[in-house]
Design a protein around this ligand. Structure first.
Ligand code: IMP
Ligand code: MG
Length: 178
């Protein structure tokens, strides 16, 4: 992956910082859910890398499922319209669910998903987000497991894309829109 791309500006969160944070989040979840076998639900596509790292940092028994939603299309601003493109395979009834998100921007996607998942009667539902844009949340989100608070810029890498590009970067970088 070439970081010398003209659209990639400065690195905001390094690979090292990400590794450290994953270990911390994994420890916190493991101790909170020791005898509960949580179900981690990843929000595609952005959370696929975070989910892959996170589950390997959680030594306790857990399961995964994925949901695909679209809130942005190809644009870089939230439309507020959330569309479920792929629904879950598993039943949430009486499960201890952790919703795993790549980034909270306006919070509109998560607030929609939270309501949608609560209607399926899980035993509990918490949110784990790797990146949270400071002060941008239009919808108030209770996020129990928080990764990094970042400036309100458009970012790419570590699963996050700009028009499907740059998801494979090992770090989080600011994306320069020309
Ligand atoms: P929200 O509904 O505004 O919170 O946005 C949620 C979704 O938009 C995230 O799950 C990401 O997929 C995408 N998104 C938000 N901010 C960024 C960004 O800075 N870069 C890339 N994708 C983003
Ligand atoms: Mg996206």
């Amino acid at each position: 992956m070439n970081k010398d791309n003209e659209n990639i500006d400065k690195i905001i969160i390094s690979e090292e910082q990400i590794k450290e944070k994953i270990a911390q989040l994994g420890n916190a979840i493991s101790s909170d859910y020791e005898d509960k076998s949580p179900l981690l639900i990843g929000v595609l596509k952005g959370a696929f890398i975070f989910m892959a790292d996170l589950i390997r940092a959680i030594p306790i028994d857990c399961e995964v499922d994925f949901m695909a939603v679209s809130s942005y299309g190809a644009a870089t601003k939230s439309s507020g319209v959330v569309r479920i493109i792929k629904d879950l395979d598993l039943d949430l009834t009486d499960r201890h669910v952790i919703l795993v998100e790549d980034i909270i921007d306006s919070g509109l996607t998560l607030s929609y998903l939270r309501k949608n998942l609560l209607a399926r009667k899980p035993a509990s539902l918490e949110i784990c987000a790797m990146f949270i844009k400071k002060d941008l949340q239009k919808a108030k989100i209770e996020c129990k497991y928080e990764g990094f608070f970042i400036p309100p810029e458009f970012v790419v890498g570590y699963g996050l894309d700009a028009g499907e590009r740059f998801r494979g970067l090992n770090y989080l970088a600011e994306y320069k829109v020309e």
